[in-house]
Write a protein that binds this ligand. Structure first.
Ligand SMILES: Nc1ncnc2c1ncn2[C@@H]1O[C@H](COP(=O)(O)OP(=O)(O)OP(=O)(O)O)[C@@H](O)[C@H]1O
Ligand SMILES: [Mg+2]
Length: 223
């Protein structure tokens, strides 16, 4: 198992009121597999993905990544593992506005100790998503689909063990979505990356090896 979550609970407190977001989520993903997490708005998908990716911590339960107790590591160790092993694609791209496409991608390598050939590898990642000729563009000088392809290049440039994608086509039109999805699946296939995807789009979920449906913080079905 490359990624494992055991009995994840997460609450937030608003004043003295506890809001339960996740209530006992467990899952295990084999290396190279793709899984889709679906469910209604507010059911906890983004919260779960953040916890699995080590961006956030569970209230209780444990996340293991590559056999290591990811969610129990201290902040520094977790950041080191996340920067080296985890790619993340957000619905809203999350590119840094004052950096070019190439610089946005390079940054992902710069935070990995011992990275070499940063410029060449970043340029290669951009060409893998068909954007070799957009390297010097700022995000504002790119279309939505192009920005998401830069975000995909940034996620993949480190050769992640797991790629997380939260509604990666939620802000794109139909045709552009198709292109981004094709790239996402083909890059994961080529590099052997495990894919954990959140999507409302059933066609997209159907392309994954397995699907989990979350409602009110619990899995109600999974295959
Ligand atoms: N920091 C927070 N403080 C308070 N409530 C929060 C916080 N983060 C999330 N929530 C609540 O937790 C629930 C789950 O949120 P989450 O973003 O995980 O849902 P989601 O399934 O990704 O929804 P969507 O499909 O709309 O993106 C929501 O009801 C949300 O209001
Ligand atoms: Mg969400």
């Amino acid at each position: 198992m490359i990624l494992e979550a055991v009995d994840i609970h997460k609450s937030v407190f608003m004043g003295d009121r506890e809001i339960r977001i996740l209530s006992g989520i467990s899952l295990a993903v084999s290396a190279g597999d793709s899984i889709a997490i679906t469910g209604p708005s507010g059911s906890g998908k983004t919260t779960l993905l953040g916890i699995l990716a080590g961006l956030d911590l569970p209230g209780s339960g444990i996340v293991r990544l590559l056999g290591q107790p990811f969610s129990e590591m201290d902040e520094n160790a977790r950041a080191l593992m996340r920067n080296g092993k985890v790619g993340f694609v957000f619905q809203s791209f999350h590119l840094l506005a004052n950096l070019t496409a190439l610089e946005n991608v390079s940054l992902a390598l710069e935070v990995v100790p011992g990275s070499r050939d940063i410029r060449q590898r970043s340029q290669h990642a951009l060409s893998m998503v068909g954007l070799a000729d957009r390297a010097e563009h700022l995000p504002s000088q790119l279309s939505g689909g192009e920005q998401q392809r830069v975000a995909l290049a940034r996620a993949m440039v480190i050769n992640p063990a797991v790629l997380f994608a939260d509604e990666p086509t939620g802000n794109l039109d139909h045709g552009t979505s198709e292109m981004v999805i094709e790239m996402l699946f083909s890059l994961c296939r080529e590099t052997g990356a495990t894919l954990v995807l959140v999507s409302h789009d059933t066609r997209l979920a159907d392309r994954c090896d397995s699907r989990f449906r979350i409602e009110a913080g619990k899995f109600v079905s999974g295959s």
